[in-house]
Design a protein around this ligand. Sequence first.
Ligand code: GLY
Ligand code: MN
Ligand code: MN
Length: 450
Amino acid sequence: MSAIGDEPVRITNEEYKVRQQRLFSQMRPDDLLLITSPKTSVRSNDVHYVYRNSSDMLYLCGWEDPDSLFMAHNEEGNWVVSLFVQPKDVLKEIWEGRRPGAEGAIEHWPIDMAHTYEELSDLLSNRLEKCSRVLVKTGCNLDVDSIVNDAFTAKSRSRQKFGTGPNSIEDPSPRINELRLRKSAAEIQQMRHSAMIASQAHIHAMRNTKPGIGEWQLEGVIEGVFKWLGSSGIAYPCIIGSGENATILHYNVNSDTCDDGEILLIDAGCEYRGYASDITRSWPVNGKFTDAQKEIYQLVLDAQTAAINACVVGNEYDAPHEAARKVLAEGLIELGVINQNLDEALCAENGQLKSWYMHNTGHWLGLDVHDVGIYRPDGKARILEEGMVLTVEPGLYFGSWRPDVECPERYSNIGIRIEDDVLVTANGPDVLSKDCPKTIDEIQSIVGTA
Ligand code: GLY
Ligand code: MN
Ligand code: MN
């Protein structure tokens, strides 16, 4: 396996504190901020799903364990951050793993006070009485919702007596999302590393592809490389579809064999220290593109190049989408798949392009694979800025199984998507996933060589 370079430096507590202060600077002194963690979830009987804390918790303090709450209140002009965590517990630690506990949390995490989750009810109720607005995303943690609800009920009962307690509740997500949309230098390093690992996984899958191999076997290769190279695993379920499965956008059963003559589409990204990569490559199972496959592949690649070139500071966020759509429509007119002129082909209502290209060209990428950030704030297209990261993923899908449209026979069951992760910089687009091969020659020289 080729080297992927040194591990990036971890995000520092100083950086977490800068993020916290950016958020606090948009708050009122009588606010109480609560960032919840999702509850653990049972898969079946005694087995739980692998736990992942909320991206907002990871963003603001890097705490990964369940039964946690991030709380911030203002005291004489200063914001005080408290973290509630699982207590140290020898028996639990023997069974489930070591815990930092409140002692470890205060020593190593970017917080001012640490408490155990068992103290949550009392301490949170107390804080709620003293605030007038609660900033919390409800519906994520029912323990916290219930304590907050009780505070509102208590407030209405005692309003006339004491006049204390919260008056309003607001979701802090829009503010946090705006911060998360622009990545810091340290975040970009984690994301570049995530994309480097995912690129290696795709290369290994290419090498191991040959007629007769199972989609599930390539899933094993991909996930094995993700772990081998130090990521925590998948950022989303791998999409590994051969033949007609390549024409199903989010196919992820991965239970067919890959047959001679088919195109295989793999959309797979890992999570590295919480940060997602999201890469798609499409290649011939037997290592050699047919002429028809080449025509579609090169067209999607040209569309992707045009879209990546549109990822520049000052462009609207949908400039890459419009660039890709134009190239695809022109190409399909040229190939005789579309019998409309360019304007007609691109028309949202009746244009023929959407029969073969039915999704957007990208999305924000970060701690979530479909990362946060409003695409049209105040109804106006978002303007791309330095530090934003988005995917660029045009595709064409000719599913001959589809009853809604007549698939051109020449391109029957060809599904191609090419997806890269692109950082917007002052010097133009920086493709974080550039290690992943994508020209026809590169792919043909790699597939089946394991
Ligand atoms: N991997 C899902 C997507 O590309 O949006
Ligand atoms: Mn994507
Ligand atoms: Mn993807």
